[in-house]
Write a protein that binds this ligand. Sequence first.
Ligand SMILES: [Zn+2]
Length: 232
Amino acid sequence: MSSPYRELKERAFCANQEIPKRGLAIYTFGNVSAFDPERGVMAIKPSGVAYDELTVDDLVVLDIEGKIVEGKLRPSSDTATHLVLYRNWTGITGVVHTHSTYATAWAQARLPIPIYGTTHADHLAEDVPCTAVMSDEAVERDYEVETGHQILECFKDRQPLHTPMVLVAGHAPFTWGKTPEKAVYHAAVLEELAKMAFITKSLNGDAARLSNSLIHKHFERKHGKNAYYGQK
Ligand SMILES: [Zn+2]
């Protein structure tokens, strides 16, 4: 039977398949969603289904309030966190959650990832932020919604499209993007930055952050209004 959400589900399916392919998750870890802002619906990975067993038809479509509009399986347990981000941030149509090793290690250490080099500055012009630790009361309330609030709180003075990633303290990273493909790209970039920063800090515990002039130069040449990186 044809589905009005076929294209969105296919997009979410392909983005989910990138997660194990990029070495960002094992077994059922992680999830990607794709959002259609015009129709106000999101397609997300079902809960507990391994990537190599996943089919397009398994994807679950929900409205912005979290009501299932298509799909037989239960959506990812992190669904409410994805929805909080779509409800509060415009311009985001993909969200990714992984437990990729190095990024998760920084999240567990409850440390932002310092901007040590130009690889980092090519993607964001600040340390990868780490949220505050969730209170026991918040855990008891509605854990996945509270995770979303934890991220919003961390971003109250940040622009999500300039800093498309966060470490949730004691948990793991979330990334996002203008498209689901971009969100996955940011998850892979984050893991690489986390790994590089870990090695940098291991080699030199006093390693300095990149100078503001280099941060600015690298970020702006790729993302600024006069960007000149890549092909036109
Ligand atoms: Zn998680």
